[in-house]
Write a protein that binds this ligand. Structure first.
Ligand SMILES: Cc1cc2nc3c(=O)[nH]c(=O)nc-3n(C[C@H](O)[C@H](O)[C@H](O)COP(=O)(O)OP(=O)(O)OC[C@H]3O[C@@H](n4cnc5c(N)ncnc54)[C@H](O)[C@@H]3O)c2cc1C
Length: 538
């Protein structure tokens, strides 16, 4: 039987990233994927003829530019176009628009409050300072503070220096920032409810936390630290949907000689004498390799695909305790034409950005209360984008694809499985909320797809459908992600590595966990590193 140098389990964008960098170094690599398509949560699927649905992720910003260049993704068809602005519809018929143009943005904030318009510059500078600190850590392995290895000591020293460079005030502020709620953070700058609501959305996306929960200020950062073409904080649309990201990485992987096998779900990671020896597929086939790299989330890897007896008890317990809760849903809608939104002027750039339908911090918190009570938000935070305004290739001419990300939606309804009528009612909640602001919207719907966290778990294989493969709270970041002592992509089993979003620096279409894992694996194999250097924070 053939023995590969490496098997990568899961062809999500991180698995493919690790696979590509290992193949680039000349290793014989196979990537096995359970579905008949690749991409995981970074996928475009032709759900109906000529309609491409970005079924899960829908906007791009976090993808590290080093990876884009290192794997020459432009040569494999990846093109990301920035989209314009953002809009918050208000119950009183007004709206609050966020514009790229600084003057228009200032005027709009001043329409609500001169104080808030003036405070924005300070808010933006303070948030950017935190961004620069964290951006620099993304394409690095988190140093282990308990280790006396020279590279960990050097890593800790560099973080310390970076921290000092922020200046005295920012050093004090950082500790507060990393642990405070997004609501408290915004209260320190703004007085207008709708403005605070607009900026708070990024603090709760994908989390099991509300706007008043400690730790949500950091999550806000997680959505601000990306860029499109060097514009930090900007978001864009990948031409052909988010699957274009995974497809381009897969293109690079195959160009370096890698082998991609779909419909090859892994049942067990095989271990012999404390060492990973390969995988057993659901079909019964066994594949051998010198090392196995799992891109599945940490719970699926160790609790579902391994024998408990192969793992140290404390490690197993810590994996069980890792917080990975389903909180987000998705409704993808095909439209016969462009819906109108009478509140905003015709031809406004705001149509090209993301739209939201909730206008107060109280409504945001109540949306979370529903999730805590075990049901979907009846007045949800919806992040709605119409990518076809920027990329018409996703729908037939004149028609539009609408992506609605929904916060909050539970994995189970009051502790039991979803029923079909409940799935339908969840979809209807979103459609009704949008229809409140667009009178012709409902009449334009051709077909749509409703995805609860349980559907995401079922189709993508992410435990509880958690979009980040685990909460992005301080207890699960840096050297604690996913498990203290195992934050450097290795596991207690020799030859078994992790490269998915449960590892540092977490979820989002970033490719950083996959690239960091590849660097560590190549170092263990004493091979030349193929992963590009961190560009730094600029
Ligand atoms: C609804 C939703 C919306 C999102 N929106 C955005 C967004 O707009 N922008 C953004 O940046 N991020 C977004 N995210 C987050 C982002 O998409 C994910 O964090 C990221 O794609 C995870 O990538 P990954 O490669 O680590 O894992 P995954 O994409 O989960 O890939 C894991 C792969 O492993 C496969 N697999 C699982 N089990 C097995 C098995 N037993 N055998 C073989 N293969 C297996 C899966 O099929 C999958 O292909 C969103 C996520 C979701 C779910």
């Amino acid at each position: 039987m053939k023995t590969y140098d490496a098997i990568i389990v899961g062809a999500g964008h991180n698995g493919l990233t690790t696979a590509a960098f290992l193949a680039k170094s000349g290793l014989d690599v196979v990537c096995v994927e359970k579905n008949d398509y690749i991409g995981g949560a970074t996928v475009s699927r032709e759900m109906y003829k000529d309609w491409l649905y970005s079924s899960c992720s829908y906007v791009c910003s976090l993808l590290r530019p080093e990876i884009y260049r290192g794997l020459e993704l432009h040569k494999h068809g990846l093109q990301v176009t920035p989209f314009g602005g953002s809009c918050q519809f208000m119950e009183n018929g007004d709206y609050f628009g966020s514009y790229h143009d600084p003057e228009a943005a200032h005027r709009e904030r001043a329409r609500f409050s001169r104080h808030d318009a003036d405070a924005y510059e300070r808010y933006s500078a303070d948030t950017m300072r935190q961004c620069r600190f964290i951006r620099d850590q993304l394409l690095r392995t988190a140093p282990d503070p308990t280790s006396f290895k020279p590279k960990d000591i050097k890593g800790l020293y560099e973080i310390g220096m970076k921290f000092m460079e922020m200046g005295e005030d920012a050093m004090y502020e950082s500790i507060r920032f990393w642990t405070m709620s997004v609501a408290e953070y915004l209260d320190e700058y703004f007085e207008t409810d709708v403005i605070k609501t607009t900026y708070s959305g990024s603090g709760i996306i994908g989390t099991a936390l509300g706007v008043y929960s400690p730790g949500t200020a950091y999550v806000l950062l997680h959505h601000h630290m990306g860029d499109v073409d060097g514009n930090v904080g900007s978001w864009g649309v990948a031409r052909g949907g988010m699957g274009a990201v995974a497809n381009s990485i897969a293109g690079a992987f195959q160009m370096y000689g890698g082998e991609l096998r779909t419909e090859s779900g892994v049942d067990k990671i095989m271990v012999k004498n404390g060492r990973a020896t390969g995988v057993a597929l659901e079909s019964g086939e066994e594949i051998s390799a010198r090392l196995v790299v799992s891109a599945m989330d940490v719970k699926r890897t160790f609790l579902n695909c391994m024998d408990k007896s192969d793992l140290p008890e404390t490690f197993y317990k810590r994996v069980e305790n890792f917080k990975l809760r389903g909180t987000s849903g998705k409704v993808n809608i095909a439209l016969d034409g462009m819906p109108t939104f009478p509140a905003i002027p015709e031809g406004s750039t705001l149509y090209h950005g993301d739209m939201h339908f909730i206008d107060s911090m109280e409504r945001m918190e109540r949306a979370y209360d529903d999730w805590k009570a075990g049901t979907w938000s009846k007045d949800p935070y919806v992040d709605m984008v119409i990518p076809t305004l920027t990329d018409p290739t996703m729908a037939p001419p004149g028609k539009h694809f609408m992506s609605c990300f929904v916060q909050y939606c539970p994995y189970e309804i009051e502790g039991r499985a979803w029923t079909e009528p409940e799935r339908e009612a969840f979809g209807k909640t979103i459609i009704d909320q949008i229809a409140n602001y667009s009178p012709d919207f409902k009449s334009l719907i051709l077909h749509y797809e409703v995805r609860t966290p349980a559907d995401i778990e079922d189709q993508i294989g992410i435990t509880e459908g958690n979009i980040f493969h685990g909460e992005l709270t301080m207890d699960q970041l840096l050297f604690n992600r996913p498990v203290p002592g195992y934050a450097q992509y290795r596991s207690p089993i020799s030859g078994l590595y992790m490269c998915g979003s449960s590892t540092h620096p977490g979820g989002g279409v970033m490719s950083a966990p996959g690239a960091n894992a590849a660097r560590e694996i190549l170092a263990d194999l004493n091979r030349t590193n193929t992963v590009p250097e961190n560009f730094g924070d600029d």
